[in-house]
Design a binder for this molecule. Structure first.
Ligand SMILES: *[C@@H]1O[C@H](CO)[C@@H](O)[C@H](O)[C@H]1NC(C)=O
Ligand SMILES: *[C@@H]1O[C@H](CO)[C@@H](O)[C@H](O)[C@H]1NC(C)=O
Ligand SMILES: *[C@@H]1O[C@H](CO)[C@@H](O)[C@H](O)[C@H]1NC(C)=O
Ligand SMILES: *[C@@H]1O[C@H](CO)[C@@H](O)[C@H](O)[C@H]1NC(C)=O
Ligand SMILES: *[C@@H]1O[C@H](CO)[C@@H](O)[C@H](O)[C@H]1NC(C)=O
Ligand SMILES: *[C@@H]1O[C@H](CO)[C@@H](O)[C@H](O)[C@H]1NC(C)=O
Ligand SMILES: *[C@@H]1O[C@H](CO)[C@@H](O)[C@H](O)[C@H]1NC(C)=O
Ligand SMILES: CC(=O)N[C@H]1CO[C@H](CO)[C@@H](O)[C@@H]1O
Length: 836
């Protein structure tokens, strides 16, 4: 009987699972099976992590309070060669979506297929560029045919796997095109007809779920136009029957090689999100919730770094970034407490004074309110609904019952953590050396032309047209004859080679020797440079190696952005004072490196010789290594190397470039108050933009792993080391005056007190020591607390007693627990602990 029952139960479960839900929308919200929903979404791009990381990322998204995972679909990853598709491993879109469904979350599938995303060529395959007569992203038949073919490919794949909500799957929304409204003007009248076509092409695919277009004010019905930005409060869609949706709320910003590391304070992210729901929004997406890593040559830009951490709530390696993750989790709980009121009616907003306003969602059965202080400096105390409320500057308080504050965006209850990468020796090393290996072999890459596929051409070529992005590298080679009897050149010190390039990086070799280099940056990939050169009498070989560092991904006609040495290239320093222009002479070209054509990245080939030449440009290095022990995330610290690409067991972990240093200025103190911009909050000025590079654990065996590097400039591989991410401290600081912790909301409110909660994130660890505890007026931040003037004497022992040996603990922030060291002063409790 029991067995029969469970069979019946299973049958019932299967039946409900295949019955689809009806996703529609109205002016308030996305409507699922007739019910309006308030939803929180977060972006995770599946190829920016590995399949073994996906379940953990999705689980932490769910715990963080997300309802929806949003991802782009990356056309150039899935169709590297026209009509040859790849959906394996990191590209296994279906597997990713099924894992999201298994976790009980919904999906917003942004097909694009133009995706921007700081991704190479905005996600377009470069082969599109070579289709005769094609014009991308406009009303052009060859382009529309390709876009429709790929969109249909993905839609049909989703349908075959029953992944649309209408079929019982997780996909409730889908996006066509991407931020086209930002650039449409440049495409003239064709923009309008293109968008009309894209809208009807998409809706004709009959997915059973709504489509959206972001940053597209003229999105044709029934497509919902949505907002992207740092703030989207006040956004109104283009028709009364469409809900207000925020498809990209930038949780931070992307890093570039040559830039400092951007971050966005969580108080400001929370403020932006609360303002959005306050002013009528019902669906908001964090871009990114997990940023991850640009493996291989997938970065766009140009100059986007390999790390795509984005200061997201989940860090590059998948760990919760605290307090960001936790504070937003508390925010989501507060918003969910308001859901019934939010979907029932429109808000009524009234001014409570200068820069202070209340929005109330009030019906006969339910009431929720948001009180906002949009002043960038001044705190405010306001009267609302018969009570008095303190509103810190640039903050929103959420009152799910129009009376009690469940959350204030500027007051963080969540725990903070400090995670650090700690150098780790590998294998059973006898020495203390943290080097990955002292035992390397190498292959020297020939300078200049070495391939039978090299070709001659008069004049300088454009790089993307020439390489079709099959490689970062393009050789431009030429010979110059300096006649011995009647020397052409003035004094050698006065001879210069002037090179103008559209980017992105250039190395100049003269007679086989590296003479100099030039680099662009994110804002200006192009450069002009005068290289002092030394030429000998007779024939001189000039080899210019031009590199791309990710192709343009944004802007009108971004696909037509040129790169490479388009000239002029001139030699200055002739005896008679004139300049020799080499630009229109006959050059020899080679796409890619010899080592690339030999497949050296796998570590195969018989060319490897033992040894570790240092500071030698154009060198392939190889070593074997054992995986660092434990299960914490791993990175390689590339300090000591110049620039290049690295492969672990044949898989590219991306371009490395630890020698590109961020500007030394621009990192001054940053307040969360006031409008955010990508340059407002920066750190690591004067340091390498990126020195740590993620090595996914799942790419490693316990021993016998192969690491291959291709170094362009010259470096010392014996200096590079593994580092593992370690949890240094967990901290919390909570004030007596903080709103009640969210857990207490549904309990007896009169009894609950604000509390400090700590938890070791690793399941096998417990709180092992209390590094700091103070009740009174402590100062500082996690890792850096100090006592204030007011403090009790026994805070440390109270916390030790409550926490040591437990995985988590919670202590009330109250004079009942600690006594009162300074009557009349608002006190807080700060604790720093470590886990082991
Ligand atoms: C889906 O819901 C909409 C409105 O909520 C309704 O008009 C429509 O008939 C429903 N469709 C199905 C298939 O139930
Ligand atoms: C909500 O509406 C009721 C009935 O109209 C009214 O009495 C009450 O004051 C309103 N509450 C708020 C906070 O505006
Ligand atoms: C404003 O409020 C915050 C948080 O409640 C507090 O720390 C700060 O001292 C206040 N500032 C002023 C000028 O009162
Ligand atoms: C790079 O290009 C920009 C815009 O085309 C131009 O203004 C600038 O002068 C160029 N810089 C160099 C160093 O050539
Ligand atoms: C590639 O070549 C075509 C035709 O020669 C030219 O129109 C186009 O501008 C070039 N592409 C780039 C990116 O320069
Ligand atoms: C200077 O010498 C170069 C190289 O021989 C020649 O091409 C050029 O025409 C000369 N210029 C003048 C002004 O004589
Ligand atoms: C720690 O605090 C001290 C004094 O407040 C300050 O000088 C120092 O820069 C802080 N260090 C960090 C890492 O924040
Ligand atoms: C690209 C884009 O939409 N940028 C916007 C991001 O949000 C800020 C603040 O609202 C705007 O100023 C930018 O224009």
């Amino acid at each position: 009987m029991k067995r029969l029952l469970s069979v019946l139960f299973l049958l019932a479960a299967t039946v409900t699972a295949v019955i689809g839900v009806n996703v529609t929308y109205d002016h308030r919200a996305v409507v699922i099976d007739g019910k309006r929903r308030v939803m929180v979404s977060g972006s995770i791009h599946y190829p920016r992590s590995t399949p073994d990381m996906w379940p953990g990322l999705i689980q932490k998204s769910k715990e963080g309070g997300l309802d929806v995972i949003e991802t782009y679909v990356f056309w150039n990853l899935h169709e590297p060669v026209r009509n040859q598709y790849d959906f394996e491993e990191r590209k296994d879109l279906v597997k990713f979506l099924k894992l999201v469904a298994d976790a009980g979350l919904y999906v917003h599938l942004r097909i694009g297929p133009y995706v921007c995303a700081e991704w190479n060529y905005g996600g377009f395959p470069v082969w599109l560029h070579f289709i005769p007569g094609i014009q991308l992203r406009t009303d052009n038949e060859p382009f529309k045919a390709e876009m429709k073919r790929f969109t249909a490919k993905i839609v049909n794949m989703m349908k075959d796997e029953k992944l649309y909500a209408s079929q019982g799957g997780p996909i409730i929304l889908s996006q066509i095109e991407n931020e086209y409204g930002n650039v449409a003007e440049s495409y003239g009248p064709a923009a309008k007809s293109y968008i009309k076509w894209a809208a009807s092409m998409a809706t004709s695919m009959d997915t059973g779920v709504p489509w959206v277009m972001c940053q597209q004010k003229d999105a044709p019905d029934p497509i919902i136009d949505t907002c992207n930005g740092f703030y989207c409060d006040g956004y109104k869609p283009n028709a009364d029957n469409k809900p207000t949706i925020w498809t990209e709320n930038w949780t931070g910003w992307f890093l570039t090689f040559g830039g400092a590391v951007p971050y966005r304070p969580v108080e400001d992210v929370a403020y932006a999100v609360a303002r959005f729901y306050q002013r009528g929004g019902t669906f908001q997406n964090y871009y990114m919730y997990h940023g991850g890593t640009n493996f291989g040559r997938t970065t766009g830009g140009p100059f986007i770094s390999t790390s795509y951490d984005y200061d997201a709530p989940l860090d590059e390696y998948g760990a919760p970034r605290q307090p960001k993750w936790g504070h937003l989790k508390d925010l989501h709980k507060a918003i969910k407490l308001c859901e019934e009121a939010l979907v029932a009616t429109d808000p009524t907003t009234t001014s409570l004074g200068q820069n202070v306003e209340a929005s109330v969602y009030n019906t006969s059965s339910t009431c929720a309110a948001f009180l906002a202080n949009v002043d960038t400096q001044n705190n405010a105390t306001v009267n609302f609904n018969g009570n008095s409320y303190h509103l810190p500057a640039w903050s929103v308080s959420i009152l799910p019952d129009c009376k009690n504050v469940a959350f204030n965006t500027a007051k963080i209850n969540s725990m903070a953590t400090v995670r650090k990468f700690v150098a780790k020796s590998v294998g059973d090393k006898l020495s203390d050396s943290k080097a990955i290996s002292s035992d390397w072999s190498y292959v020297s890459e020939p300078v200049g032309i070495s391939s039978n596929d090299a070709f001659d051409k008069k004049g300088l070529v454009e790089q993307i047209n020439t390489t079709a992005d099959q490689s970062d590298y393009l050789w431009y080679s030429i010979s110059i004859n300096v006649k011995g009897d009647k020397p052409l050149l003035r004094d050698e010190s006065q001879t210069t080679l002037h090179v103008k390039s559209l980017g992105h990086v250039l190395y100049l070799f003269i007679n086989g020797q590296l003479e100099g280099s030039a680099i662009g940056n994110y804002d200006h990939p192009n450069f002009s440079k005068d290289f002092p050169v030394t030429l000998k009498h007779g024939k001189n070989k000039l080899d210019l190696l031009s590199l791309t560092v990710g192709l343009q991904n944004y802007g009108a006609f971004f696909d037509k952005t040129s790169t490479g040495i388009t000239g002029p290239v001139k030699l200055d320093g002739l005896k008679n004072g004139s300049v020799v222009d080499l630009s229109s002479q006959r050059w020899t070209y080679q796409v890619g490196l010899k080592g690339e054509s030999l497949g050296l990245h796998t570590g195969g080939s018989t060319l490897w010789v033992s040894g570790t030449p240092k500071s030698q440009p154009l060198t392939w290095y190889k070593t074997n290594f054992d995986a660092p022990s434990g299960d914490n995330p791993i990175a390689i610290d590339f300090t000591g190397m110049g620039k290049g690409e690295a492969w672990v067991n044949g898989q590219s972990i991306g371009r490395y470039w630890p020698t590109y240093i961020a500007p030394s200025t621009g990192c001054s103190e940053c307040s969360y108050k006031g409008s955010y911009s990508p340059t407002k909050c920066l750190k690591n000025c004067g340091e390498p933009s990126q020195k740590l590079y993620h090595v996914p654990r799942s790419w490693l065996k316990s021993n016998g792993n192969i690491l291959v590097l291709f170094e362009e400039k010259g470096g010392d591989p014996t200096q590079i080391s593994f580092a593992t991410q370690e949890l240094e401290s967990v901290c919390s600081q909570v004030s007596e005056s903080h709103p009640l912790p969210m857990e207490a909301w549904s309990e007896d409110k009169s009894k609950s007190k604000p509390s400090v909660s700590l938890e070791c994130t690793h399941p096998n660890q417990v709180i092992s020591s209390i590094k700091f505890a103070s009740f009174g007026t402590p100062q500082g931040t996690c890792g850096n607390y100090s006592h204030g003037e007011c403090k009790t004497t026994d805070a440390l022992s109270i916390i030790q007693k409550a926490c040591i040996g437990s995985r988590s603990c919670s202590v009330d922030v109250s004079t009942t627990t600690f006594g009162d060291p300074c009557i009349g002063v608002v006190k807080s409790l700060a604790v720093e602990a470590s886990c082991a």
